[in-house]
Design a protein around this ligand. Structure first.
Ligand code: ADP
Ligand code: ZN
Length: 628
């Protein structure tokens, strides 16, 4: 294939898109000018296009380093569908397939090759790489090089060794969706990027709705959600394998087409279940965090968390798998106090840390606990959830987004000064030695053996807040921690301590300056949130893409096009969204192209796909006109 010379031409002809998204063009221009680049863009922002387009324009091969087999397969399928020759080299190939692919690669068949980091320094791969022209090395999920990141992979350290061995240094591009400042610096240092063009696009995913619930009956709440969103594709993340199995089994018993995924299943079952989900044979995937890195399914309409993940990086990455097509999608976290303890346990027993020296291990654990704390506060805050996430990643959001649970909930502001003062007083009087539960039990005047053993029944605040319901008292304490009137220690004991701001509660004159301590409570507290109907998504949702809302007639056409897409996908053995995204189907319904030229105008339809599928879709659209 002759290299293209015009990036807009590649965008349109190969991928079927009219314009670049934010950040893409700057990075592509950088690469084409021979510069290293670092692209930090949220999931779904279109990072792959940033290296795929120059790959088709440069003289030489582009190697894409990617940590996950499923991602490679998906991307290569997508490229093949767009008419681009691409291949992947990883452990899923037999020796024969591997050498055949290498043979083709040597013959110059592939402008783009995906390769697993473990392969880079093997003899066979080096023998190929050292004798061919490598134009670019694109490192996907680049945060994996950093020990401070949330998923460090030692094999990523081989990348720089590999680049150093090449006779001619290629352009190096690094891409990731989650990177705090430390991790960004690590990426540049470890991959030795040379004065890279850095683009950080907004982390905001405005099409995602965020919510947090703490229902008494978690399963009931999740089941209710799934039932009120029939036909929608979604993921339910659980903290443990056991939970995955339980939730999946119950959903199936309740008639939901659910499948499951976790590291304890056989390779065969994992592969099958994942494909069932990708190919829309199962609508709901119940999974552990082992699922999803590299899953490009674009029409995931909801991501529910049955339990709080260990940090916001993980949460935002997992939640971010919803709505990659840009359509509205919902991310709801179903929280329970037990989740903190489960996560503490994970942190204290993290096998990956066993190899580290003592000092580093302590540091890593300390950071992990701090991250967990910030994650916990996400569940407590009554402020805009999107704003909370963006601030965590170092961006400034508006403090009202209008598309998260806190922004659409009516709150009332309540004076909790008295309760706050008693809590701080109790902590001080007991010598800052006890954890959250002991403090709460003391104030509530509990008659337990533990309270007597610690002689907390002699504390001056014993029973001082006996009239405040336990749940509410806990909420108040959480609020005080969130706003740093009190703190907890960062170890497994979580001892409540005084902070710099505690004086406001303990000293009259400081309180007088500060004014009353207030916090927000949701107005309809008597209703169990999450267990009942959600306000959003209760009625049948119309299909939407951006500002387009389909009419009922268009919706019927959508369903027919979707069936057609499923048939074509089945024949070719690829996931349906690889044929066309939901968004493209929606555009087709709205624009109803009459001929090939008109169809080429539709976003997501490139030359190759037009030739392949154009007539079938045009016929189905005409069919609708005749019927209508
Ligand atoms: P990322 O790797 O950043 O998570 P992808 O590269 O998988 O994101 O892109 C997400 C989706 O957006 C894909 O369906 C892709 O085809 C689409 N996309 C990428 N760039 C554009 C663009 N310029 N215009 C329209 N759609 C795009
Ligand atoms: Zn908001």
């Amino acid at each position: 294939m002759t290299p293209y010379t015009d990036k807009y031409q590649v965008l349109k002809q190969v991928f079927g898109y009219d314009s670049f998204r934010q950040g893409q063009e700057t990075l592509i221009d950088g690469i084409l000018a021979g510069r290293d680049v670092l692209g930090i863009m949220p999931t779904g922002a279109g990072k792959s296009m940033v290296y795929q387009i120059p790959a088709l324009m440069m003289d030489g091969i582009t190697l894409v380093i990617s940590p996950l087999i499923s991602l490679m397969k998906d991307q290569v399928e997508g490229l093949n569908q767009a008419g681009v020759h691409a291949a992947y080299l990883n452990s899923s190939l037999t020796a024969n397939q591997y050498f055949t692919a290498l043979k083709y690669a040597r013959a110059g068949r592939y402008p783009i090759i995906y390769v697993a980091p473990e392969r880079l320094l093997t003899d066979s791969f080096l023998d190929f790489a050292l004798h061919t022209k490598i134009a670019m090395v694109a490192v996907d999920e680049a945060h994996c090089v950093s020990q401070w990141g949330q998923d460090f992979r030692p094999s990523y350290l081989k990348i720089i060794e590999f680049i150093d061995r090449l006779p001619c240094r290629p352009v190096v591009g690094a891409f990731t969706a989650t990177a705090t400042q430390t991790v960004r610096e690590d990426i540049v240092d470890i991959l030795q990027l040379r004065e890279p063009e850095v683009v950080v696009t907004g982390f905001d995913r405005s099409n995602l709705y965020f919510g947090v619930m703490a229902p008494k009956d978690r399963y009931g709440a999740i089941h209710n959600y799934v039932e009120t969103h029939p036909g929608d594709s979604g993921i339910i993340y659980c903290l443990t394998r056991k939970q995955v199995e339980e939730v999946c089994e119950r959903l199936r018993a309740d008639g939901i087409q659910a499948t499951r995924y976790h590291a304890g299943l056989s390779d065969g079952e994992r592969k099958k279940n994942q494909e069932d989900f990708l190919y829309d044979r199962a609508t709901v995937m119940v999974a552990s965090n082992a699922f999803g890195m590299g899953i490009d399914k674009s029409n995931v309409r909801f991501v529910l968390h049955y339990g709080m993940p260990k940090n916001l990086e993980s949460y935002y990455q997992e939640a971010g798998r919803a709505g990659r097509d840009g359509g509205p999608a919902e991310c709801i976290l179903y929280y329970s106090g037990q989740d903190v303890i489960t996560n503490q346990f994970f942190i204290d027993h993290n096998q990956d840390n066993q190899e580290l020296d003592d000092l580093t291990r302590e540091l890593v654990q300390e950071r992990d606990r701090e991250r967990l704390r910030k994650m916990t506060f996400y569940c407590f805050t009554k402020d805009c959830l999107r704003d909370y996430i963006l601030r965590y990643f170092g961006e400034y959001g508006a403090n009202y987004c209008g598309n998260c649970q806190n922004c659409i909930t009516q709150f009332e502001t309540v004076d909790v000064t008295e309760e706050a003062r008693a809590l701080a007083g109790c902590v001080l009087a007991s010598g800052q030695r006890y954890g959250v539960n002991v403090i709460l039990d003391t104030l509530r005047g509990a008659k337990t053996a533990k309270i007597r053993q610690y002689r907390m029944d002699e504390n001056p605040y014993y029973g001082a807040l006996a009239k405040v319901p336990a749940v509410r008292l806990r909420q108040i304490l959480n609020h005080l921690l969130l706003k740093e009137y009190l703190t907890v220690t960062n170890d497994e004991y979580a001892i409540v301590k005084l902070s710099g701001r505690s004086e406001i509660l303990l000293k009259e004159e400081r309180l007088a300056e500060h004014g009353p301590v207030t916090m927000k409570f949701a107005r309809e507290q008597e209703k169990e949130p999450g267990a009942g109907k959600e306000t959003k998504g209760k009625k049948k949702k119309l299909k939407t893409a951006g500002s387009i809302v389909l009419t009922e007639e268009e919706e019927r056409l959508f369903e027919r096009l979707r069936t057609l897409r499923a048939e074509l996908a089945r024949k070719e053995n690829v996931p349906p969204y690889i044929v066309f995204s939901d968004k493209t189907l929606i555009y087709l319904c709205r624009m109803r192209p009459k001929d090939q030229a008109a169809m080429l105008e539709v976003s997501g339809v490139g030359q190759h796909k037009l030739e392949k599928y154009g007539e079938a879709f045009l016929a189905e659209i005409r069919n609708g006109e005749n019927m209508g």
